[in-house]
Structures are given as structure tokens and as C-alpha cells.
Design a protein around this ligand. Structure first.
Ligand SMILES: [Zn+2]
Length: 89
């Protein structure tokens, strides 16, 4: 894939921004895209995610949010445990 050829993974709406033409790797599919330097996901994956989210019932969305919240808390607990260990060495 040539990153210089525009693709449906790019964010053309970012291109006029000062930091809108960064070449990045999508954290979902791993492919390159051009967009704002703060974007971490390509436009194609974002659209797929939006469609997936829109197809869920409100109850499913709440359950998913709660799952994500728990997963984030677990990640931080593990991270801080690791940091504590490092300090004791
Ligand atoms: Zn992607």
C-alpha cells in the first residue's frame, strides 16, 4: 500500500488543519492513513465502529460501556502494580 495514494482510510476533512496531514498507523487495522496527528484510528475503522455502535440497543451499549470501564480499571491496576514493583527494586 502506498501511503501517498489517497484512500478511504484517510481523513480529508483534517487536511486544512495545521496538524492535519500526519501519516499514522491505525491502532485497529494497523494500516497507514493520513489525518490529524491526534487521530489513532483510520476513517474506515471509525465508520465500522460507528455502524457497530449504532446497531446496538441502549442496553447493549450500557453493558459495553461498563465492560470497557472495568477493563480500563484492570489495566491501570496492573500498570500501577508494575510501577510499584519497579520502585522496590
Ligand atoms: Zn483502521
Amino acid at each position: 500500500m502506498n501511503p501517498l495514494i489517497p484512500s478511504d482510510r484517510d481523513w480529508p476533512e483534517d487536511s486544512s488543519d495545521e496538524n492535519g496531514n500526519y501519516l499514522s498507523h491505525c491502532s485497529s487495522c494497523g494500516l497507514t492513513f493520513i489525518g490529524h496527528k491526534r487521530r489513532y484510528i483510520c476513517r474506515k475503522c471509525q465508520r465500522e465502529h460507528d455502524a457497530w455502535w449504532a446497531a446496538m440497543s441502549p442496553e447493549e451499549r450500557e453493558r459495553k460501556k461498563a465492560e470497557n470501564e472495568r477493563a480500563t480499571q484492570e489495566m491501570f491496576k496492573k500498570l500501577f502494580k508494575t510501577l510499584d514493583k519497579d520502585e522496590q527494586v
